[in-house]
Design a protein around this ligand. Structure first.
Ligand code: KDG
Length: 308
């Protein structure tokens, strides 16, 4: 059985180095793949559901997941479509993504791609705003996966991961609002919510989420200001860990994967969020989404020095 089964699109990553703007480091990305690898590095048992191309990059991903101990029995290989790709560029306002992903293998997922049995064997199904945005059939696949999870008593975790390159804001708001209602755990970032609601106040944002019908636990991520846990009864702020970030790509995914892993290991919400904050901070110390994802020992070490 699995602690976490995630569903979404892996993307090959080409990350601009600071030394030379025309030089790119190849790595791996794709929000839910990042999250599931982060979770596996914290000791969780994980599986990933997706579709990759029958190309060198699809094979690299299969090798990566296997090396990380992520079950790939739910990964399909598409004979025609390619594995998606993105570039990370760094500027004064942080990082920006450019995508080459339209028509990718993962965007061709349909509810039939879910196969049988994997979701039902998990404690958490993890999906995101990107899984919902990449295509209509992928969106349908996420909804079908959520239905199956609920029918089997599996908890659903949703990361907002709003990417406005992928869908218009009105559709994003409508689909995310619908999906957050079905989530046992909703992980929005303040930046994403500001685009959806137009306001930048955390308390009002949490009110908006509750008014929209979310009934599960909500963890609102405030970046360097930490996070707020809203369990439906009380709101508890948790401080962030300050670091000199090099590249924040994938930090939110690291947060999600680490949080789920720690919940599966029995942490309280507060302890799990504190741990996830530390893991996410550590993941910003190197380039790329996957390579700098910390392992459990590093996070525990860092938490020890943090609490003095
Ligand atoms: O959260 C980081 C991801 O955004 C990155 O790995 C690329 O999955 C990606 C996307 O669609 O933006």
């Amino acid at each position: 059985d699995f602690d976490i089964v995630a569903l979404g699109e892996p993307l090959v990553e080409l990350n601009q180095t600071h030394q030379d703007q025309r030089q790119y480091l190849q790595g791996f990305g794709g929000d839910t793949s990042n999250a599931v690898i982060a979770a596996a590095r914290q000791g969780a048992s994980c599986a990933y559901l997706t579709r990759v191309g029958n190309d060198a990059f699809g094979q690299q991903f299969l090798d990566l997941w296997q090396a990380e101990g992520v079950d790939t029995s739910g990964v399909q290989v598409d004979e025609q479509a390619h594995t998606g790709l993105y570039f990370v560029q760094h500027g004064p306002d942080g990082h920006a993504f450019s995508y080459l992903r339209r028509g990718s293998a993962a965007s061709l997922m349909t509810p039939a791609s879910l196969g049988s049995g994997l979701i039902e064997r998990a404690r958490y199904l993890h999906v995101s705003g990107i899984s919902l945005a990449i295509s209509t059939s992928a969106c349908d696949t996420v909804f079908a996966a959520i239905e199956r999870a609920h029918a089997a008593g599996v908890q659903v975790s949703l990361d907002s991961n709003l990417r406005l390159r992928l869908w218009p804001v009105d559709r994003a708001r409508a689909v995310l609002r619908e999906t957050m209602r079905t989530a046992d755990l909703f992980l929005p970032s303040m930046d994403d919510m500001q685009h959806l609601t137009g306001n930048d106040d955390p308390e009002r944002t949490l009110d908006w989420i509750r008014d929209a019908g979310a009934t599960g636990v909500v963890v609102l991520k405030l970046g360097k200001d930490g996070s707020i846990i809203d369990d439906g009864h009380r709101r508890v702020p948790v401080a962030a860990l300050r670091v000199e970030a090099v590249d924040a790509t994938g930090a939110g995914d690291c947060f999600a994967g680490s949080l789920l892993a720690r919940r599966c290991q029995g942490d309280s919400w507060e302890d799990a969020v504190r741990y996830a904050n530390a893991a996410a901070a550590l993941s910003t110390l190197g380039y790329g989404a996957v390579d700098p994802l910390p392992r459990k020992e590093q996070v525990l070490e860092r938490l020890k020095s943090f609490s003095g």
